[in-house]
Ligand binder design. Structure first.
Ligand code: NAD
Length: 376
């Protein structure tokens, strides 16, 4: 097993989670450098986590620190350009979500990965607990049966002050609201469990928050395997929860948590007459490890050691980003959107607000007070 030289770019809120989780990887990673445009924040971060080298630019970090992996913990609009910079230098990338602000931006990765030999992957830490691996293996198999109907809800609460960070709440910096920034974790996990989606019908609204994107979206999604799911992405919900429920022929699989799960957050219920097979199948799986960044980091090192594609690789991250684009496209055009439909030339290929259509629709239907009032 190699020890990987890791650097963190962007030393704000989520970077601390990365540093803490890197310390839980049993010596398989060494945090060798950090970068931020804010010198004070960078120095404080490096001091706290014992990082030997600091840089004000990514270019200097890549040249001098020579990391094997760069973790991008910067605001969303920087992810793709910084990922391209790393890939051009032959350095693997683990980017925080969302991977890009649009499918057009994301597709710039394809040739960069082919040319440089390094790989891109996106942080989707909920895929990586033992229970989600077990559920993925059992859903659609003989013991649990075919998935038929599902629910995927990200019901979170954010007060107006949440949008005080300058990059929050705009199409240009974040690419959207709770669909792109919050629910993306939960529906990424649903896609991981159910496989490719086929068609989506959605609504999006700005109900109450001082943001220029949506603060709520709701979607109806049909999957390639025939399953049908409803999906809500909300920042308006005082009792917060992140829930997935999948009803298969012989078992209901449920996950209820907030920002990360252990096996205790999963419930498996057998259909009458199928108790033995369902219980035996679930208990035959390893179920110790919870979800989280460290679990994804370790899976990444395993893949690099073995020369395999990275978990959370570009293809799987694109599928999740495409569903986000389709939710917006359906919500703002009022019609169903199929997978594969949003290609170059489509208004939602270049941006999640469809060339300004999203802003117009939200402005014309918004129920909320104007932003200045809401912030009072
Ligand atoms: N996976 C998760 O559960 C999770 C949770 C929270 C946030 N995130 C994601 O993490 C990313 C960062 O979020 P945050 O809350 O940490 O933001 P933040 O604003 O707290 O931190 C971003 C940092 O990037 C720095 N920065 C800005 N421009 C830079 C540049 N050009 N080069 C280097 N550094 C630069 C800023 O100075 C700041 O310190 C976002 O994409 C967010 O969606 C993911």
């Amino acid at each position: 097993m190699r020890t990987y030289r890791v650097a963190i770019v962007g030393t704000g809120g989520i970077a601390a989670v990365h540093a803490d989780n890197l310390a839980r990887t049993d010596g398989r990673a060494q945090l060798v450098a950090a970068c931020d445009v804010d010198q004070g924040r960078l120095d404080a971060f490096a001091g706290k986590h014992g990082i030997p080298a600091t840089y004000l630019t990514l270019a200097d970090l890549l040249t001098e620190a020579k990391p094997d992996i760069v973790h991008l913990c910067t605001p969303p609009m920087l992810h793709i350009d910084q990922a391209l910079q790393c890939l051009a230098a032959g350095v693997n990338v683990l980017s925080e979500k969302p991977p890009a602000l649009s499918l057009a931006d994301f597709d710039r990765l394809e040739s960069a990965q082919t040319q440089g030999g390094a790989q891109f992957s996106c942080v989707f830490q909920h895929r990586f607990g033992d229970a989600s691996t077990a559920a993925q293996q059992l859903i659609g198999g003989t013991d649990f049966g075919r998935p038929l109907v599902a629910r995927c809800d990200t019901l979170w609460y954010r007060p107006d002050s949440y949008w005080d960070l300058p990059w929050r709440g705009t199409w240009n910096a974040e690419g959207g609201g709770p669909t792109m920034g919050h629910g993306i974790h939960q529906f990424d996990l649903l896609l991981h469990l159910l496989g490719p989606w086929e068609e989506v019908t959605a609504v999006a609204a700005r109900q109450a928050r001082a943001t220029s994107t949506e603060d709520l979206s709701a979607a109806l999604v049909r999957f390639g395997n025939g399953a049908v799911a409803t999906m809500i992405n909300s920042l308006l919900s005082p009792r917060e929860t992140s829930d997935i429920r999948i009803d298969c022929e012989f078992a209901t699989v449920e996950l209820s948590h907030l920002y990360g799960y252990s096996t205790d957050n999963w419930t498996i219920t057998a259909a009458p007459g199928h108790e033995d097979q369902v219980t035996r199948a679930w208990n035959s799986k390893p179920l110790e490890r919870g979800s989280g960044h460290a679990a994804q980091f370790l899976a990444m090192y395993d893949a690099l050691d073995a020369g395999r594609p990275l978990p959370g690789d570009a293809a799987s991250a694109r599928q999740t980003l495409e569903l986000a684009a389709a939710i917006y496209a359906s919500a703002f055009t009022g019609r169903a959107v199929r997978r594969g439909e949003i290609v170059s030339g489509h208004p939602f290929y270049g941006g999640m607000d469809g060339d300004g259509l999203g802003a117009k629709v939200l402005d014309s239907t918004a129920l909320n007070r104007p932003a200045v009032d809401a912030a009072v």
